[in-house]
Design a protein around this ligand. Sequence first.
Ligand SMILES: Nc1ncnc2c1ncn2[C@@H]1O[C@H](COP(=O)(O)OP(=O)(O)OP(=O)(O)O)[C@@H](O)[C@H]1O
Ligand SMILES: [Mg+2]
Length: 234
Amino acid sequence: MSILSVKNVVKSYGPLKVVDDVSFCLQEGDNLGVIGESGSGKTTLAKIIMGLIKPDKGSIETQRGFLQMVFQDPFQSLDPLWTIEAILKEGLFQAAGMSKEKQYQKMAQMLQAVGLSVDILHRFPHEFSGGERQRIAIARALMANPKVLLLDEAVSSLDTLAQKQIVDLLKKLKQDFHLTLLFISHNLRLVRNFSDKILVMYQGKIIEEGPTNNVLRCPQHPMTRQLLQAAFYL
Ligand SMILES: Nc1ncnc2c1ncn2[C@@H]1O[C@H](COP(=O)(O)OP(=O)(O)OP(=O)(O)O)[C@@H](O)[C@H]1O
Ligand SMILES: [Mg+2]
């Protein structure tokens, strides 16, 4: 079943078509990797899908509240003046209708799900490592009961061990919460290990898509081949 449908989306900045007639569908349970060189339009596309940027043309079909996004830089995406409790509660859409006790239980559940303790609720983002901060950002996203998580370079700012831990966590959360994942990364090694399907962007266009093994073993487009060479042979 299609859970997100992107249809003929176009976005230009001046003469530059940053997203150029992009269409694809996410099926429930997908783990889709989006790769492409820097500037190929990946973040712009993700922001359009989230409704943070309005496209010039095209449409996004999904159900409201289904999508949550985790950004690259947990230093920027978590407000430094807010406690972890305030950050998590902000992610809770139905906070108004929920008792304090229920809110607390939900926060405890999500912190536990990402490997953190409920004892951290009164602390501030700067007291945590980059990996822990990204766990908090993921817990905040989960507070809204999303069906789809968009992860835009969500592990790129971390060292390789922390990257592996977060990727393993995401695999587990995908199972536990029946999530559909859209994983944007320029790290092809990560995408190779993580995503079942791949979509390759170049100059705002999707130039190739398919099961990860097919795309990585027999890339059809010269730009995909260049990306692979850069990732695996340099
Ligand atoms: N607000 C903006 N105004 C003008 N140009 C923009 C704006 N946002 C993005 N761009 C341009 O759009 C292009 C695509 O940017 P985008 O951030 O989507 O790329 P990306 O694929 O996410 O790159 P990276 O891998 O480096 O994160 C770039 O050339 C960028 O300079
Ligand atoms: Mg980007």
